[in-house]
Every structure is written in C-alpha cells, then in structure tokens.
Design a binder for this molecule. Structure first.
Ligand code: THU
Length: 165
C-alpha cells in the first residue's frame, strides 16, 4: 500500500504586512461583521469577495430561529456575488469574526475580533469551490487580531475535494 501526503502551504503574517488592496478587503470583511444577524450564537462573521471586475461583494452570517435555515458569511457572500455578477470570477475572499462572548465588559469593540483566524466550514468550502473550479483560484485571507493566514485557493482547504460537476 502506498502512502500519499497532501500538503497545504499557509502564509502567515500581520495584517499590516498585506498589500493595501488586501488590507482594504480585510477591512470590508471586518465591516461586514456589523451586518451579521446572529442573535443565537452572538458570533458575527463577515466576508468580502474581490471580483475580477474590481468590485467587492460582502456577506455576513444570517441566523434563523429554525437553526439550520441560517447561513454562514462565506456562503451569503459568494451566493450574492454570483447573483450580482453572474459569470464574473471571484479572485479573493477575506473572512473576519467578531464576538463579545468571552470579552471583558470594557474591551473596546475593535479588540473583539477573533485573535486567531477562523476558517470556513465544510459547506462553505464546497460552495466556494464550485466557483473556483469554474472560474479559477480564489485566494483565501483569514483575518485575526494576532495573525492573518493566506491560502492560495479554496481547494487547498479541501483536500480530495469533489469537483465532478
Ligand atoms: N459561521 C460563519 O458565518 N462562518 C464560518 O466560517 C464559521 C461559522 C457562523 C455560523 C453561525 O451563524 C455562527 O457563525 C456560529 O457558528
């Protein structure tokens, strides 16, 4: 039996080290956390997608009392992007998360972003992958107060992914 290794290369940096265009995308993802509807989890996620036409499309998690009817920020962003600009490739997605859940009462809002990056759930990876498989790689920028991760593609987050569509 052979063993195969699947390798994912993640770049790690401080947000200040990103290009100004990437910092702007991160700022848009951070701003989108304020549009999140998360009365149940109180965990506010924002996503911003840079389109090939230069536009930035945002999304945020939208929860629902029937829990499974809600959706994550990444899917709300990529579905809206595809509806707004059908057929236009998505070049990059930035993701940020904000919560006061474990913060002291006097913590300023700006310090309530997650210290470590959060990464899209499996369903969001699969949803993003479909656009990537059709139109080309989507770079993934995962923002955290302490560090930011950059991945070259959605597929790099989804080894042995299903692309037979
Ligand atoms: N959530 C996202 O929007 N994106 C992620 O990458 C992980 C989780 C949302 C789903 C739910 O509304 C809340 O965060 C708590 O899980």
């Amino acid at each position: 039996m052979k063993e195969k290794e699947i390798k994912t290369v993640i770049k790690e940096c401080q947000v200040e080290e990103l290009s100004s265009a990437d910092r702007e995308l991160v700022e848009r993802a951070k701003a989108m956390t304020r549009t999140s509807y998360a009365p149940y989890s109180k965990f506010h996620v924002g996503a911003a997608i840079l389109m090939d036409n230069g536009e930035i499309v945002g999304g945020s998690n939208q929860e629902n009392a029937a829990y499974s009817s809600g959706t994550c920020a990444e899917r709300s962003a990529c579905f809206y992007a595809s509806a707004r600009y059908p057929g236009v490739p998505m070049k990059k997605i930035a993701i940020a998360a904000w919560t006061r859940l474990h913060a002291a009462e006097d913590t300023p809002d700006a310090e309530c972003f997650q210290h470590l990056p959060i990464s899209p759930c499996g369903s969001c990876r699969q949803a993003l992958l479909e656009y990537e498989a059709k139109y080309g790689p989507i770079e993934v920028i995962l923002y955290g107060l302490d560090r930011t991760y950059i991945l070259p593609s959605v597929a790099s987050l989804l080894p042995l992914c299903f692309t037979e569509f």
